[in-house]
Write a new protein. Structure first.
Lengths: 423, 283, 360
């Protein structure tokens, strides 16, 4: 083998190249062995997680149906400006293509797709296609025929809408996710105020997440501090109180809050029984934003206590004693020494709570009522009810980008290895 | 005794009392909602609140009818079977893949360790609704939607990061000179793995597996998106129960689930202690 | 058996592909020898041991066991016993199970194993502790189990990497004798790593002094102390005055060296190049005589006593002499000199053969 001869001939004086090559070979063998162990899970995660999410993201720009169903119409519309009257040929070709789309089954998809951009036009397209079998009456233009089938063809809005579908890729789902749309000329404009939903929903999601994170810090700090300063045996017992909700089913915890907070629930009953409230004055504490915030804080609090506790446990009490021995009053020593040392734990915990909160679905959906729902509910709605998957994918992608940015930040601050949940 | 945090100007004793009171309220906030469910699940009336009879401990006001309800309801029984079937299958897959990966990740020579670790742990970070949406599209393309294998794979993906974390943490405390000692005494790498490494990391692997199980057992978003009526699990059944305003049967189910989590928590605590004792002062 | 038990031939080791932590190591270890690798921390001793045990591969060169190359033999086929610094006792097995482990691996019969384990426990005086877990033993007891475990499968060679490092001083000295005893009774070859020179000097047949991945000197303890071959060894083993100067003349194994302050010292040439070359004189503090009779030594200098330290059996004196203010002299308490007080000037002298002129 070659290695044997080179090793015999190698001396310290060699310029190190032989040494390096030999070393690199040994190192590579070790790397391959380690990578081989990781490979199965990596492949598994790629297939069941990364690829599906990639497909979802693709769906947020994927828009093949118009290009497939009405290619010739799109070609003609390319030369058309919405200021001028559309040429007769457009209607003629569109009529033919709608007819064949109806047979190939693309018509419904096209109509649904157009309806996303130009609301209320799905039926127009369906009706027009159905009528096309007969063709225009003697001496009348195709355009007349279209306009008699549905007066909506008059404005040029539908044609402008179709024209904007002239690429297999679209940005319109992202525009919709940002409460934007395009006008007849293809310029990006804001949606009319009553249709603006998602920007304020995103903003609301961020605010709720910030609020929940802040509440978690406020509640977790004294508790973590107490556990860190108590003897280990007592601290372990108290830790069980933190871990019990953590290990209890999410649905159970959500149910618990409904039972507690609903208007005929335990808390209201208690307030009425003690005379603080009249029977008429029961407070609505659930199925609104209040319910969401309370339940989310309850669910995410352990994620804040654990990192804070593990950081605090490593701060030797001697630091505070040293500061006090140098003449700092206890409060001062605490602010100057203890608080800064706990910041990494608080930072890691905050990012974690925030990440988990902005993407949470179950609890806001169940206890949020109409006002307490977050962006995830909109995604679920478009996935399951409206079936506007492109928009769901666009909203999901935006959420994902935000989460991944925070995840990156978390890794910079705390490192992936510190990501421990209740372990 | 806990050293109270300094509150400006207040004497230590009062500070201490305030601190304790604050902590006690936080513990109450954490635990009370869960504990309230338990007595309510024995309510004789179909209400979600304490009846006057319950408050006076009238035996008539209590009953186990909601538990019998579960027993008599084929839907709940099937949900229970499904939950255990899916949870155990997903945990087995996640534990196997996660443990093997953790063995690789804890070697010094692992290339791109941080980046790969970040990818492997991301299913835990990415909102489940996004994962579920992605899988929904993916599965409908390959015929896995509304099937058990589809759900099991999805839950294995969600649970694997917890196994990776738990087992790498166990391995990071593993003394490499033990494997060297074993080899110096003539044991092959395989013998060393089964007689030295495996027994020592077993507690970590089991906790990882329990983690993966509870993740699946408690998961509902993926189930909402990917299951049909055949694959309904306990959380999915509770979801419907809560939405469609319901019988207190879900309180009975919730109580049983609390029992499950208490048992898991105790098991984990036992494993942790055992692990500490085993590697304990030995060094 | 003829030939050495172990031979390193031009062995090199690098962990990062850039720097060599072991450079061109050549070393033969005869059967039955107790060889110690001694050197400061980070000098590459453990690395050499790990290469011999097979846990690290040699980046260059070859290692022979009974004149057969073992570069490609995996650790578990080398039949080399090893005692680790932290003992590496298996925490989940009892003491007896730990001892039985190498025998089980070798598929010995049950009765055989039991007999051997009992004998091993007896040898290290732990008969009653067979059923305990390692965590329930004291440090010294764990150490004994580790030694017994490394020997129970009758390896020809036993490696020990700072095995006594974690013990307190008294226990350490006791264990030194026990290990030495075992070595003499069993006749195994021992390669022992330590950074403690006393340990090395008391236990070894030969010592290899390591620095920076290179063996500085390989010699029996007595030679190492009395005849260091270079400034590093002289400085590392025992206390030592080092005086730097230039060789004025050299003749018949003796040379005259001019120190920086101009004083001339007659010394014994060990490895200096000749007149004009730089040299370091090495002189043991206990070889310096106070107020020697006139004409006894060619080296006689006036010095000022700076500091006296009482150390029980002897006195340590710091002196300003020949331009050095940290010249150390040691005298036994029995031979106290009148007038030995801080601030006094006195005469100091030494014989040329006790003052070694070393390269550099
Ligand atoms: N596994 C390793 N990876 C990288 N460098 C190492 C490793 N082990 C030792 N070294 C380096 O090699 C040098 C020699 O180490 P070592 O053989 O342990 O010295 P000693 O046992 O004499 O204290 C040191 O500089 C140390 O930092
Ligand atoms: Mg070492």
């Amino acid at each position: 083998m070659t290695t044997i001869s080179t090793s015999a001939g190698m001396t310290i004086d060699d310029d190190g190249r032989a040494l390096k090559a030999k070393f690199a070979r040994a190192e590579r063998a070790r790397q391959i062995k380690a990578a081989g162990l990781v490979a199965p899970l990596l492949a598994f995660v790629l297939i069941t997680f990364v690829v599906p999410i990639g497909l979802m993201m693709y769906r947020s720009v994927d828009d093949p149906v118009a290009v497939r169903a009405i290619p010739r119409t799109l070609e003609l519309l390319n030369h058309w400006s919405p200021d001028s009257a559309p040429p007769e040929a457009v209607f003629k070709v569109l009529g033919e293509e709608l007819l064949s789309a109806r047979e190939s089954g693309d018509l419904g998809k096209l109509a649904t797709r157009l309806n996303y951009d130009v609301p209320g036009t799905r039926s127009t397209l369906m009706r027009t296609a159905r009528a096309m079998r007969r063709g225009p009456a003697e001496g009348r233009s195709h355009r007349d025929l279209f306009e008699t089938i549905d007066p909506k063809w008059r404005g040029g809005e539908i044609l402008a809408g179709l024209k904007s579908l002239n690429s297999p890729y679209t940005r319109s789902y992202y525009l919709a996710a940002a409460d934007l749309t395009t006008n007849l000329y293809g310029d990006i404009v804001a949606k009319p105020p009553h249709q603006r939903i998602y920007v304020s929903l995103f903003v609301k999601t961020l605010w709720v997440s910030l609020l929940v994170t802040a509440l978690c810090i406020l509640l977790a700090y004294p508790v973590a501090y107490q556990m860190a300063t108590l003897p280990a045996a007592t601290a372990n017992l108290l830790m069980i109180l933190v871990l019990l909700p953590f290990w209890t089913s999410l649905l159970v915890r959500t149910t618990a809050w409904i039972v507690l907070l609903q208007s005929n629930g335990v808390l209201n009953d208690l307030l009425v029984a003690t005379g603080i409230l009249g029977d008429e004055g029961r407070i609505q504490m659930i199925y609104n934003m209040f319910g969401t915030v309370v339940a989310m804080t309850h669910i995410l609090l352990p994620f804040m206590v654990l990192p804070l506790y593990s950081v605090m446990k490593t701060i030797p009490p001697n630091y505070l004693r040293a500061a006090e021995s140098m003449g700092a009053p206890p409060a001062r020593a605490w602010l100057d020494i203890y608080l800064p040392l706990t910041l990494p734990g608080a930072g890691a915990g905050s990012i974690l709570v925030f990440i988990l909160c902005i993407g949470y679905y179950i609890t806001p959906e169940l206890v949020g009522g109409r006002t307490g729902q977050l962006i995830s509910s909109a995604i679920a709605y478009h996935m399951q009810s409206s079936l506007n998957w492109g928009l769901a994918a666009a909203l999901g992608t935006l959420l994902l980008v935000g989460v991944l940015a925070l995840y990156w930040l978390y890794n910079r601050i705390a490192g992936v290895d510190s990501l421990r949940m209740g372990g | 005794m806990a050293k109270p945090p300094p509150c400006f100007g207040l004497p230590g004793r009062i500070r201490n009392i305030i601190h304790k009171a604050v902590c006690a309220s936080v513990y109450l906030f954490l635990v009370a909602p869960i504990l309230v469910i338990i007595p309510l699940s024995f309510n004789a009336e179909p209400y979600f609140t304490f009846t006057p009879g319950m408050l006076t401990f009238d035996p008539e006001a209590f009953s186990t009818r909601w538990y019998r309800d579960i027993w008599d309801n084929e839907q709940w029984l099937r949900a229970i079977r499904n939950s255990f079937f899916i949870g155990i299958s997903a945990a087995v897959i996640a534990t196997t893949l996660g443990t093997v990966a953790a063995l690789g990740l804890s070697q010094a020579s692992m290339p791109y360790r941080t980046a790969i670790m970040a990818v492997l742990l991301s299913p835990m970070i990415v909102p489940v609704i996004i994962t579920a949406a992605g899988l929904y599209f993916f599965y409908s393309g390959i015929g896995l939607s509304q099937t058990f294998p589809g759900l099991i794979l999805a839950h294995a993906t969600l649970g694997a990061p917890f196994v990776v974390i738990t087992v790498t943490a166990t391995l990071s405390g593993f003394d490499r000179s033990l494997t060297r000692a074993s080899a110096s005494m003539g044991a092959t790498p395989a013998y060393t793995f089964f007689h030295i490494i495996a027994p020592l990391i077993a507690p970590g692997v089991i906790s990882g597996g329990l983690f993966a199980f509870i993740i699946s057992f408690d998961e509902v978003v993926a189930v909402l998106f990917l299951s049909g009526t055949e694959q309904r699990t306990i959380p999915r059944q509770m979801w419907s129960g809560i939405r469609e305003s319901i019988s207190p049967t879900i309180l009975a189910v919730a109580t049983l689930l609390i029992l499950v989590s208490v048992m898991l928590l105790l098991t984990l605590e036992v494993l942790r202690r055992r692990n500490e004792r085993m590697r304990g002062i030995g060094i | 058996m003829t030939g050495p038990a172990v031979r390193f031939e031009r062995v090199q080791k690098s962990y990062d592909g850039e720097t060599l932590v072991v450079k061109d190591l050549n070393l033969s270890i005869p059967h039955g020898e107790f060889l110690t690798l001694l050197g400061p921390s980070g000098s590459g001793k453990s690395t050499c041991l790990m290469m011999l045990a097979g846990f690290e591969s040699a980046t260059g060169g070859k290692i022979y066991l009974n004149e057969e190359s073992i570069n490609r033999v995996p650790p578990h086929k080398r039949n080399i016993g090893m005692v680790f610094q932290n003992y590496a006792l298996f925490p989940h097995k009892t003491v007896a199970e730990n001892l039985a482990y190498p025998l089980k691996v070798r598929k010995l019969g049950k009765t055989d194993i039991e007999a051997k384990v009992a004998r091993a426990l007896d040898r290290v005086q732990l008969k009653r502790f067979g059923n305990r877990r390692p965590a329930m033993l004291s440090g010294g007891q764990q150490q004994r189990v580790a030694v017994a475990r490394a020997l129970i499968f009758d390896p020809e060679i036993v490696l020990m990497d700072e095995p006594l490092g974690a013990l307190d001083k008294q226990l350490r000295e006791q264990m030194q004798y026990e290990i030495k005893d075992i070595h003499e009774n069993l006749g195994v070859t021992v390669v022992y790593v330590t950074h403690d020179q006393t340990e090395a000097l008391t236990m070894s047949n030969r010592i290899a002094v390591f620095n920076d991945g290179v063996i500085q000197q390989l010699a029996p303890p007595l030679d190492l102390y009395e005849k260091p071959e270079n400034a590093f060894v002289a400085g590392f083993i025992g206390e030592n005055n080092q005086l730097r100067g230039l060789v004025k003349s050299a003749r018949g194994g003796e040379c005259v060296v001019q120190l920086h302050d101009g004083s001339l010292v007659t010394a014994r040439c060990v490895n200096v190049a000749g007149a004009g070359s730089a040299t370091t004189l090495s002189l043991r503090p206990e070889r310096v005589e106070i107020n020697p009779p006139d004409g006894k030594h060619p080296n006689r200098f006036e010095g000022r006593v700076e500091q006296l330290l009482y150390l029980g059996d002897h006195m340590r004196i710091r002196v300003s002499l020949c331009g050095h203010d940290d010249f150390i002299v040691k005298v036994p308490n029995a031979s106290m000199h009148p007038g030995l007080n801080a601030g006094n000037s006195m005469t100091f002298g030494w014989a040329p053969e006790n003052c070694r002129a070393l390269e550099g």
